[in-house]
Ligand binder design. Structure first.
Ligand SMILES: NC(=O)c1ccc[n+]([C@@H]2O[C@H](COP(=O)([O-])OP(=O)(O)OC[C@H]3O[C@@H](n4cnc5c(N)ncnc54)[C@H](OP(=O)(O)O)[C@@H]3O)[C@@H](O)[C@H]2O)c1
Length: 250
């Protein structure tokens, strides 16, 4: 019986739910971190409770996160050895920096940067104990091209990539490998978004597609292939990098 486990944040999100299903099929134990919603993974969790544990938390709450993770690990005796951090807050307000409400701006930064700090600090405890761990953080191509009307999101995604670079250097001697995957537009189910935010995304995607040489958004499979390699035993030397998955667009 396998003792290793993968921790996936944003496990009910578009990318997170796809990854959860794929890694379940590959035979791994999973600790799935969700926030408010669970509709995309509810059945998976219910049908396979022996290999999947659900952890519901707001990632900005460090104490709650670390207490709940510790409980799951002591009950299962699993040894987490991989983290995939997809959770993200978005720029739903669609406002320029000049028009942004400081508290809403701060909320996005808090969820994305402090949330990243919290999941890393919590998880590293176990990776360091076992001197074994691989991490994929999710950035975005906006970390290098910016995002008009989304400064907090763009800033946080660039920050996440830099956390990854730094952590890779700090934890290399503990056999911990950290990389950031930064996609351009991904083909997703946008049904959960508000009408105005959905319209904003559709316009943005239409404009971006004109510049993407491969003339399509990334599929989940396009993203999964790279992440699977980065988290695999075959990767023992690539760390501290940010990988852009953009169909040829810089
Ligand atoms: N989709 C794209 O086109 C695209 C492009 C470039 C980069 N990316 C990056 O790829 C990653 C995955 O994207 P996605 O499309 O799968 O995102 P998504 O569908 O919006 O999912 C994001 C998930 O994060 C969770 N979340 C939000 N705030 C949280 C908090 N405070 N604590 C815990 N969880 C929280 C949400 O849970 P609730 O819904 O329950 O709140 C949601 O399940 C993200 O990091 C994103 O920035 C995506």
């Amino acid at each position: 019986m396998k003792k290793n486990a993968i921790i996936i944040t944003g496990a009910n999100g578009n990318v997170g739910s796809y990854f959860s299903k794929k890694y379940y099929e590959l035979g791994d134990n999973l600790i799935l971190i969700i926030h408010k919603n669970d509709h995309r993974i509810k059945k998976l969790v219910k049908d396979h409770s022996d290999r999947i544990k659900l952890l519901q938390v707001d990632l900005t709450d460090y104490s709650m996160l670390s207490a709940k993770l510790e409980k799951i690990i002591s009950e299962t005796d699993w040894k987490p050895d991989r983290l995939i951090h997809t959770a993200t807050a978005r720029s739903h307000t669609i406002k320029s920096l000049a028009d942004s409400d400081p508290e809403i701006w701060k909320g996005t930064i808090n969820a994305n940067l402090f949330g990243t700090f919290n999941i890393l600090k919590t998880t590293l405890k176990y990776f360091k104990e076992n001197k074994n761990g691989k991490i994929v953080l999710f950035g975005s191509n906006v970390s290098r091209i910016g995002l008009p009307k989304g400064t907090a999101y763009a800033a946080s995604k660039a920050g996440i990539a830099n956390i990854g670079r730094t952590l890779a250097a700090e934890e290399a001697t503990n056999n911990i490998i950290v990389n950031t995957v930064s996609p351009g537009p991904i083909k997703t189910d946008d049904s959960q978004f508000s009408e105005s935010y959905r319209k904003f995304r559709q316009e943005y995607y239409k404009e971006k597609l004109r510049d993407i040489p491969l003339k399509r958004c990334a599929s989940f499979q396009d993203i999964f292939g790279l992440c699977e390699f980065l988290l695999s035993k075959d990767n023992s030397y690539i760390t501290g990098e940010e990988f852009f998955i953009t169909g040829g667009k810089i």
